[in-house]
Design a protein around this ligand. Structure first.
Ligand code: SAH
Length: 248
């Protein structure tokens, strides 16, 4: 039976890909890949394999999801070994699960291969312990941008504010200021530390430390791609102490 591998490529550093993913890339006849994958991982692909870019820039899609699904199915039915490569982990706000569903519905087997997600890697690169005994015993991974077509908001930042130890926001660049305001309205102190990690494990990666009140003030621009981390574990980063002492 034909099978498509839905594979995570990790957050940016080509060494943060799994051994399993590398083996599959070596084997693949067709690799269908995203925008946020570390391009260097494509060096594992064998000569003569077909490489297809289906990246989605915020607001500009080079290929619609339906077309990607159909492409995967068509190539699979040709009997080829297909790797669909996603940035980070394929099931963390990727469309990996939808692709699997579509393939399975159409009689094609699907195997998911986990990847290191930016939701975990971005804070970790800057030594922010999102889950730590005595400091933060729960974490919420949330999207900062929801599909406006759905007509309602699933993430209620006011209610989330005080219900978890650490909040990790993906796709939040354009909504950071609104979200910070809602977190404060929901009961978080405006002095709560925030880290914005941009381009984690990619060239030019950086962290900015600030307070929730500063983000809510709307004077901060958050670039894409960034992960926003809110909660007191941010303050534990040794780099946070440096940033604060340098700015005082
Ligand atoms: N499946 C991916 C996430 C896809 S959603 C994963 O597991 O990492 C896209 C969002 O992920 C971006 O808007 C950004 O918030 C985050 N992101 C992905 N790669 C990133 C990186 N290297 N640095 C910072 N944020 C990143």
């Amino acid at each position: 039976m034909v099978k498509v591998y839905i594979v995570g490529a990790g957050p940016g550093d080509p060494e943060l890909i799994t051994v399993k993913a590398v083996k599959l890339l070596e084997l693949a006849d067709v690799v269908v890949y995203d925008r946020l994958i570390p391009v260097d991982v494509l060096k594992h692909v064998k000569e003569g394999a077909e490489l297809i870019y289906v990246g989605k820039e915020p607001g500009r899609h080079s290929m619609e999801q339906d077309e990607i699904n159909e492409l995967l199915l068509r190539k699979a039915l040709e009997g080829k070994v297909i790797v669909r490569l996603h940035g980070g982990d394929p099931f963390i706000f990727g469309r990996g699960f939808e692709e699997c569903q579509y393939l399975i519905r159409n009689g094609v087997e699907c195997e998911a291969v986990p990847g290191v997600t930016s939701a975990i890697a971005a804070p970790e690169q800057y030594l922010i312990p999102i889950l730590l005994r005595g400091v933060s015993s729960s974490v919420a991974f949330v999207t900062g941008r929801e599909d406006p077509g759905k007509g309602f908001r699933e993430v209620d930042f006011r209610r989330l504010a005080t219900s978890v130890g650490t909040i990790v926001i993906l796709m939040g660049a354009s909504e950071a200021c609104r979200i910070a305001g809602e977190l404060i309205q929901g009961g978080l102190d405006s002095s709560t530390p925030v880290a914005v990690v941009t381009r984690a494990y990619m060239s030019g990666s950086r962290v900015q430390f600030m307070t929730l009140g500063e983000v809510a003030g709307c004077r901060i621009t958050v670039e894409n791609p960034s992960v926003i981390i809110v909660g007191k574990s941010v303050r534990l980063s040794p780099l946070y102490k440096d940033a604060v002492s340098h700015s005082t």
